[in-house]
Ligand binder design. Structure first.
Ligand code: ATP
Length: 372
């Protein structure tokens, strides 16, 4: 990303920002706007926030409209850099996006144009928390690998809810309807399962490598996709039909990709039972690094990495290991921290790093870019 203009998002009333194409360290005390700046970049890239689903929360209190405008520059090997301007704005609950002044064909196509991967402290529950967090990670990656997967997921979820409604309110006279919804569940569910299985295959080698670099090379990490459904439509069809009476007494179906999880184990033992706090954090970071690598492999583009408040979650040694690892990646990085002294980058050319300070929603220390 070469340039960002934010208007009325969170405590950022008006920010213009020209980052380094490599490393950007954004420091500031608590509550000054560091996360908001990363959120604004993420919003311009995806039309979403990584910390809320309620998009209206992003608009500065007392303002009607908020927007984020970013110029993304992508370099594909052997070709000229590709530059595009993405704008995302919110008015009330309505979100409008533009790419070089035009409406994109869908929000999903907008969200995958300029890949970004965000990592923030709330995600520290990725390894210990509910399976839904791990499913979201797989779905984000699947969207880059197979863009139709998002559509299959939405259709699956709609059909699943409709099937459940019929089962709970009585099937009498509605058997045809029930069969039709089960057919949709089976077809779209199998597509979701296939997309997630491919995402796990892409993630696994990258995760094992990243975990060994960031955490402990002596520990053996294993990753297994625990599918709740099947890639085979016929298997899914039969499983759903056989589970009707059981599912009628439950809040949702007992079979299908809404029950998926990713099992993580250290030396053969479930991570959630044996990992130390530090190992959980390192594994969570490794998951994000692996997501980045898998998106790069799928799209041949370096994702922009947004790391929020990393140093508060890691000890000095692991922060250094992470920095070494990130130094080896070729993409653009944004790191926020209250402790910039921990972000040491000896292997990085000093011209590649820019340090910014944010205070009360105002960015300081942004020397003008040469040639602009
Ligand atoms: N819609 C909003 N309008 C105005 N201010 C907001 C809005 N939402 C949040 N804020 C305020 O914006 C400020 C910046 O929040 P932000 O989370 O970006 O801080 P931060 O620098 O990342 O802090 P920390 O280091 O504690 O994570 C906070 O004071 C927060 O209360």
């Amino acid at each position: 990303m070469a340039r960002l203009i934010v208007r009325s998002l969170r405590n950022l009333e008006h920010v213009e920002f020209e980052p380094s194409p490599r490393l950007n360290v954004i420091s500031g005390s608590n509550g000054q706007g560091k996360t908001s700046l990363l959120e604004a970049i993420y919003f311009a890239a995806t039309s979403r926030s990584f910390r809320t689903h309620r998009m209206g929360d992003l608009v500065t209190h007392g303002s009607r409209i908020g927007s984020s405008r970013a110029r993304f520059v992508q370099t594909h090997e052997g070709t000229e850099p590709l530059s595009r301007e993405q704008v995302a704005s919110i008015e009330g609950k309505r979100c409008v996006v533009l790419v070089d002044g035009n409406r994109p064909s869908s929000l999903a196509s907008f969200a995958t144009l300029s890949p970004v991967v965000a990592f923030h402290p709330n995600e520290m529950t990725l390894t210990t928390g509910p399976a839904s967090g791990r499913r979201v990670l797989l779905d984000r990656l699947a969207l880059f690998m197979s863009p139709s997967s998002g559509d299959h997921r939405r259709r699956y979820e709609t059909a699943l809810r409709a099937r459940q409604e019929i089962l709970q309110h009585g099937q009498a006279g509605r058997l045809d309807e029930l069969e039709a919804y089960e057919e949709l569940c089976a077809r779209h569910g199998a597509a979701v399962t296939r997309a997630r299985a491919a995402a796990v295959d892409a993630l696994m080698p990258e995760l094992i490598e990243a975990f060994a670099s960031i955490a402990a090379p002596e520990l053996s990490l294993s990753v297994n996709y625990a599918a709740g459904g099947s890639q085979d439509v016929e298997v899914a069809r039969v499983a759903l039909r056989d589970a009707r009476s059981r599912d009628a007494r439950r809040p949702t179906a007992s079979f299908g990709p809404h029950k998926d999880d990713v099992d993580l184990a250290l030396d053969g033992h479930p991570v959630r039972l044996v990992a130390s706090q530090g190992q959980h954090r390192a594994l969570t970071l490794a998951l994000k690094v692996a997501e980045t690598a898998a998106i790069r492999n799928a799209r041949r583009v370096e994702p922009v990495l947004l790391f929020d408040d990393v140093s508060s979650e890691l000890d000095r040694e692991r922060t250094e290991a992470l920095m070494t690892y990130l130094g080896l990646t070729r993409g653009q990085l944004f790191l926020t921290t209250t402790r910039p002294e921990l972000i040491v980058t000896p292997r990085m050319n000093s011209a590649e790093r820019r340090d910014f300070h944010i205070d009360g929603g105002v960015i300081l220390g942004t020397p003008p870019r040469q040639g602009s």
